[in-house]
Design a protein around this ligand. Structure first.
Ligand code: PEP
Ligand code: CO
Length: 454
């Protein structure tokens, strides 16, 4: 493999790495990495290769990817309710998307490892005290004290354990039939019946149940593949010692795999970090890169060359996150650039991160309408360039939080304080997330109808 030349899981250390914690004791970091590197992997290369093959189909327009979850997982959220609620909303959204897009949906959670956050400042100052910022539970703790904010490498081991517990529960739920399309009632969130979208959702569920019964009558058997759906994990691969420790060779396959997740992504703030790019170029996983308004054609083409030198189908996903104001100007040149290089990337839209704003009282929020509009622009821009938008990426939760403004229930600025729980970015709550899926599904349906007419 050309890309393994001069590469090792720790070759990133030769280069400058952005967004890394300043661990006070390097020996302790090595000990934590050593501990982690002896533990069993969280995922397998078979699953990773399977994901790569379905992402390749999405890039070719045959599938659609739904990626979603918290901005930052908290170790405390490693609880049965939080995990099942997140699975439920993702399953409901995917059911809606399957129904309206008539495409198979790849479900990818931002979970089991989404514990680290990039920060804009290296120090947080309150009064005359400056301390390292909170970088996520993988790195340090929230309270503003020197002990809590000191980066602690052993938190990487705690993070791995929480990821393992999360994944173990998700796997058992799915193996036990939780995701069986014959039983969408398993995914009902307690509060769904009060949702303004409940009727439309229930109609879809019934129509899917009808189609299933029809197909099974024809086939004279249960439709096996529909009984179990796949779930994949993803997180931003930010803290390089954590990623390095779980990067392994596997028997009978060439190369190295990051076995802490199926689908790591390179965040917007680290797409220009040489050490991160170095790490990503050497792993065999499918990878994603977040791109925003500051990305130029030249830098993007360089990244595509370095990260996907052999143009492997399914290898590279580009997640654009421009914001509703910048997408119309920013996205077309990047689509052109990729088309001119004849690369088959999977395009995905993250309509969350370019639309963050602060209310007058200083609360971080996002407007439902901005999120939806950016997505609608994204579908239209790709369609008018002969490109395919094959995925969407959301920050969402299965809980009844009040962090984003708008949606059918008309959440307003004054409502935000009722249940604002995120320590970082605002998430769609379960109702807003389901409504978003219904509206995205409608948009996909109308685009498909236009294509048929054209
Ligand atoms: C995120 O996904 O939470 C994030 C920080 O995104 P981005 O890198 O696109 O800013
Ligand atoms: Co975020």
């Amino acid at each position: 493999m050309a890309r393994s030349k001069d590469w090792s899981p720790e070759s990133w250390k030769r280069l400058a790495a952005a967004q890394q914690p300043n661990y006070p004791d390097p020996v302790e970091v090595d000990q934590a990495v050593d501990t982690l590197s002896k533990l069993p992997p969280l995922v397998t290369s078979w699953e990773i290769e399977h994901l790569r093959s379905v992402l390749a189909e999405a890039a070719a327009g045959k599938r659609f990817m739904l990626q979603g979850g918290d901005c930052a997982e908290r170790f405390d959220d490693c609880s049965p309710d939080a995990i099942t609620n997140k699975l439920k909303i993702l399953l409901q959204m995917s059911l809606v998307l399957v129904h309206s897009s008539k495409k198979r949906v790849i479900r990818v959670g931002r979970f089991a490892g989404q514990y680290a956050k990039p920060r804009s400042e290296d120090l947080e100052t309150r009064g005359d005290v400056s301390l390292p910022p909170y970088r996520g539970d993988l790195v340090n703790r929230i309270p503003f004290t020197p002990e809590d904010r000191r980066p602690d490498p052993w938190l990487m081991v705690r993070g791995y354990e929480k990821a393992a517990l999360t994944l173990n529960f998700i796997r058992s739920l799915i193996d036990g039939g939780f995701a069986d399309l014959h039983h969408p009632e398993y995914w009902d969130l307690g509060f769904l019946e009060h949702s303004p979208d409940a009727v439309e959702y229930q109609r879809m569920v019934e129509s899917i149940a009808d189609s299933l019964r029809f197909m099974e009558t024809l086939a004279g058997a249960q439709v096996g593949e529909l009984q179990r759906v796949d779930f994949f994990t993803s997180h931003e691969a930010l803290i390089l010692p954590y990623e390095q420790a779980q990067t392994r060779r596997v028997p009978r396959r060439p190369g190295w795999y990051n076995l802490s997740t199926h689908f790591p992504w390179l965040g917007m703030r680290t797409a220009a970090s040489d050490a991160h790019v170095e790490y990503f170029r050497g792993i065999r996983n499918p990878i994603a890169v977040k791109i925003g308004p500051s990305m130029t054609r030249e830098t993007l083409l360089h990244l595509v060359d370095v990260l996907d030198p052999e143009s492997e189908p399914g290898r590279l996903t580009l997640i654009h996150r421009f914001g509703v104001r910048d997408i119309a100007l920013g996205l077309p040149p990047l689509i052109d650039a990729v088309q001119s290089s004849h690369r088959a990337v999977l395009w995905c839209c993250d309509p969350m991160h370019g639309n963050t704003q602060k209310t007058v009282s200083g609360v971080k929020t996002r407007r439902f309408d901005d999120i939806l509009s950016e997505l609608e622009w994204a579908f239209d821009i790709h369609a008018s360039h002969g490109s395919y938008l094959g995925g969407v990426h959301f920050e969402l939760t299965g809980e009844d939080v009040t962090e984003c403004i708008g949606g059918a229930r008309g959440l307003a600025e004054v409502d935000l304080s009722r249940a604002y729980r995120s320590q970082v970015d605002p998430r769609l709550n379960y109702e807003q997330a389901l409504e978003m899926a219904l509206l995205v599904g409608r948009k996909m349906g109308s685009l498909a109808a236009q294509t048929v007419r054209a």
